[in-house]
Design a protein around this ligand. Structure first.
Ligand code: 5GP
Length: 363
């Protein structure tokens, strides 16, 4: 479906290390294999595997982190991931990543994030807007520059904002450190906090103080919620916290569904990720259609383009065929996500202009 590629899109749930190109991972693995740090052949078969259970995914993330966690590589993968998103006409992306420490190579959470920022600055194939203007309205020429239908004479532009992830393996103090860092890096495009990591590890109470603090300080919050059947009433507690968005919400019981719908908390939907990790036997059972029919705010996202071998265009195409939606419906679905991006109103105005400028091609 060509129009899925051409239409401007908004990506609100993308993990940096889950979105690394396979070719880059293999190249990095080969180098570490030659140095004797890893067994390349074993790693190659893990990277090239297509279907993975949830447990295998988290093992893969640990492996990816071995390959990517040095400053130069973090800069490289950030650049590549944003270039890949821009190439499929994503006009706004919130990229999330877990700030990491590694004393052996002098990496702190701050220096990790500085490497991410260097990656954004190093992109020259498209214009990257990641520094909040602070002036409200953005330059109106952005509408043209971002038009996915441009004739090639106008440079593409992509808005990038960052979310810092708290990993469920972390302590309260570590989570608080991430929130502090996010506050210090607001001028560099950090707009919010994500809670992610293996959903069967960690307790909601451990992260709550840091999340509460982040919220009080005006950072936006998105939580991975309901990825596995509920543990210790966590889903209900998460909904009561009233985050600005949640991711997945696959395993929610009837009373939580009522709560979710009345709260109107937007849901980030990642179809391929949910199917690959066996949250649903097939798309026919996916809660997308229930949320869509009840006009619940939601947005289609990729989660991990690398790990799940997908793209946002592919997710649109999948949804269109699985749920019988046409290009008009899909265009409206993406456009509706402007209302729940975490960037300021100036960016929202620019995004509305971009979508308005291309409406005629999709309606
Ligand atoms: P990073 O934060 O290192 O840039 O991206 C990879 C990390 O994102 C993983 O280690 C994991 O913590 C988180 N992540 C990626 N995909 C998922 C997912 O589907 N569910 C959850 N809960 N966490 C994820």
């Amino acid at each position: 479906l060509d129009w899925c590629l051409i239409q401007p899109k908004i990506e609100l749930h993308a993990h940096l290390n889950g979105s690394v190109r396979d070719s880059t991972l293999l190249e990095l693995a080969r180098v570490l294999g030659e140095k004797g740090v890893i067994d390349f052949t074993a790693v190659e078969s893990v990277i090239s595997k297509d279907d993975r259970s949830l447990v295998e995914c988290f093992r893969l993330f640990d492996l990816i982190h071995v390959l990517t966690t040095d400053h130069a590589t973090v800069t490289r993968i950030t650049k590549e991931v944003i270039e890949d998103f821009a190439s499929e006409n994503i006009v706004y992306v919130e990229l999330r990543t877990t700030p990491k420490k590694n004393a052996v190579i002098g990496m702190t959470k701050r220096s990790y994030m500085e490497a991410v920022i260097s990656g954004l600055k190093s992109i020259d194939s498209v214009d990257v807007d990641f520094i909040p203007s602070g002036k409200g309205r953005q330059n109106s020429s952005t509408a043209l520059a971002c038009d996915g239908m441009s004739n090639g004479t106008v440079r593409k532009k992509i808005y990038v904002r960052l979310l810092l992830s708290i990993d469920r393996r972390e302590t309260t103090a570590a989570a608080m450190e991430t929130v502090q860092l996010a506050l210090e890096m607001r001028d560099l495009g950090v707009v919010g906090i994500d809670l992610s990591g293996n959903p069967v590890i960690g307790e909601w109470a451990t992260f709550l103080p840091a999340l509460k603090f982040a919220k009080e300080q005006g950072l936006a919050i998105t939580l991975h919620c309901g990825e596995v059947p509920d543990r210790k009433e966590e889903i209900s507690a998460m909904l009561d916290f009233l985050p600005q968005r949640i991711g997945h919400a696959c395993f929610i019981k009837d009373e939580e569904r009522i709560k979710l719908k009345s709260s109107k908390i937007p849901v980030e939907i990642c179809l391929t990720s949910n199917i690959r990790t066996e949250r649903f036997p097939s798309l026919e059972y996916h809660h997308f259609i229930d949320l869509y029919k009840s006009k619940h705010p939601m947005v289609l996202c990729t989660d991990d383009t690398g790990v799940f071998s997908t793209t946002l265009s592919r997710e649109y195409s999948l949804a269109a065929s699985a749920f019988g939606l046409g290009r008009k419906e899909m265009f409206e679905l993406t456009r509706s996500a402007i209302e729940f991006v975490f960037a300021d109103d100036g960016v929202k105005i620019s995004l509305r202009e971009i979508f308005d400028a291309t409406t005629k091609n999709f309606m």
